[in-house]
Design a binder for this molecule. Structure first.
Ligand code: EPU
Length: 330
């Protein structure tokens, strides 16, 4: 069984699988999560193991997806899913039940529990757009706490669980706000282009999800074939002034305006720093999408970090932009 999608060799002092809440509360009561470091492993799709983990790896496998009810004022559907559910199985369960809004997030590896932590996103939608609240358990006291959407402090690929309260709360389940009526979100350029090319102007939920999955797999390696952690870096945000300078020098640079400047396509920067398809040791920059680092066979976590550092240094030197890792390095 591979517990990290990069398929890196990894060991830890302890590896625990938790399927029910009492089991987790017992572990907390015996001090298992407060006396030694712990790390919650979801689908292992965003993590790079570089050395033996001196602590406990906790793998949540609690299951269940349930319609809680309808919000009487908005008509929205509230659906709760256990942290251990596989993300894409959840998305497809929603589509099959005509609960709409999660379609654009199809084919993302990982678990439901990871979705609020790093606010997963793709094709114009982020988890924060559909999350109502997050039920958590405090790792030291075992007390339950529900975070409303606003309390999660969501940002681009981040949240309070990755920042201010890192390592303090264990996400146990997530409640989503979905809709009984399907209103497709198809503004993302690559998506609207793909739909037009297929002659689809009003996609059904399944057509939308299938188009996105095809688009995604045309650029990203399939985890079962090639190890990777998806996007390895975040798309960096630079000031408008910095962007204007870059644009003057590189007219075809890809960027999107955001509130505090411009978000640059890191894949473009890496490609134009000459790294697309190149490798260092047994780790490579994926030839179809430069934002993704791949295991070329037998790669170690140290090789991943070495390549990431080399790419970051070159991008900084050429564009004056510092890339931030999206993947977690352990
Ligand atoms: N680009 C290049 N060269 C490359 C890669 C991309 O020039 O090697 C350019 C593309 O031509 C395009 C632009 O960069 O104009 C954006 O590319 P793409 O649509 O593939 O999206 P991205 O910004 O590279 C982000 C997310 C992905 C998500 C896609 C689609 C991040 C870090 N990554 O990638 O998320 O699937 O948008 O919404 O925000 C993930 O987080 O693991 C992930 C795969």
């Amino acid at each position: 069984m591979i517990y990290n999608t990069f398929a890196l060799p990894a060991t830890a002092d302890r590896y625990l699988v938790v399927t029910d809440k009492q089991q987790l509360l017992d572990l907390i009561a015996e001090g298992s999560l407060s006396n030694t470091p712990f790390f919650i492993l979801g689908g292992g799709s965003n993590v790079v193991f570089t050395s033996h983990y001196r602590g406990t790896i906790l793998h949540l496998e609690n299951k269940g997806i349930q319609l809680l009810g309808t919000d009487s004022s908005t008509g929205d559907l509230l659906i709760v899913a256990a942290a251990g559910e596989e993300w894409d199985a959840f998305v497809h369960h929603c589509i099959a039940n005509h609960w709409h809004g999660a379609e654009n997030l199809t084919a993302i590896p990982g678990t439901v529990g990871a979705s609020p932590v790093q606010n997963v996103g793709a094709y114009g939608i982020e988890a924060k757009d559909i999350i109502h609240s997050v039920r958590t358990i405090h790792a030291e006291t075992g007390r339950e706490r529900i975070f409303t959407n606003a309390e999660c402090h969501f940002g681009y690929r981040t949240s309070i669980f990755k920042e201010e309260l890192k390592g303090q709360y264990i996400v146990w389940s997530v409640t989503f706000r979905l809709h009984p009526v399907f209103t497709p979100s198809i503004q993302y350029k690559a998506l609207s282009d793909a739909l037009s090319a297929a002659g689809i102007s009003k996609p059904t939920p399944s057509q939308l999800a299938d188009t996105i999955a095809a688009l995604r797999w045309s650029k990203l390696p399939r985890p079962e074939e090639t190890g990777s952690a998806g996007s390895f870096f975040k798309n960096p945000i630079v000031t408008s002034q910095h962007y204007e300078q870059l644009k003057a020098q590189y007219p075809d640079i890809v960027a999107y305006p955001v509130t505090d400047g411009y978000k640059l396509a890191a894949g473009w920067l890496i490609e134009h720093a000459g790294w697309k398809g190149r490798s260092l040791g047994r780790c490579g920059v994926y030839h179809k999408q430069a934002l993704v680092l791949v295991n070329l066979g037998g790669c170690t976590g140290d090789e991943v970090v070495a390549l990431a550092n080399a790419v970051t240094a070159d991008v900084r030197q050429r564009f004056g932009v510092t890339l931030e890792k999206e993947a977690i390095i352990l």
